[in-house]
Design a protein around this ligand. Sequence first.
Ligand SMILES: [Zn+2]
Length: 135
Amino acid sequence: MKCNTLRCLPRFLQTTKHGNQGYTLLELTVVVALLGLLYTLAAPSVLSSFEKARGRRCAANLLLLESAKDAFSLDHPGQTLTSAGQLLPYLKHGMPSCPSGGVYMNLTEAFAGCACSLNAQGSGVEKDGVHDSGL
Ligand SMILES: [Zn+2]
């Protein structure tokens, strides 16, 4: 059975209190205002969650780099890292990069932990999984 008439629409779309004229400007304005209010309330927490996720991913990348440095030192006792490329055999998915655009430092330092440039303190562990420059 083909449906070419308004009767095929769900009941709530067939008529309004004004008949078949559709929605009034006031009704549409109220709906748009409510959507704007919901967006205003929800956007900060959603954006904050995204930034925290990037920070946690960066922290996980730093742990991966530390593990690669440890594996290198176990496989090559007495040798020192001269380039970050020497870590590549120990990184299954290649060289990780900071999801927030930071640069990883201390990759070849034997006694310094890897750190992200977006952390002002230069520590490898990020407080609460958030970059210092974020939020
Ligand atoms: Zn980072």
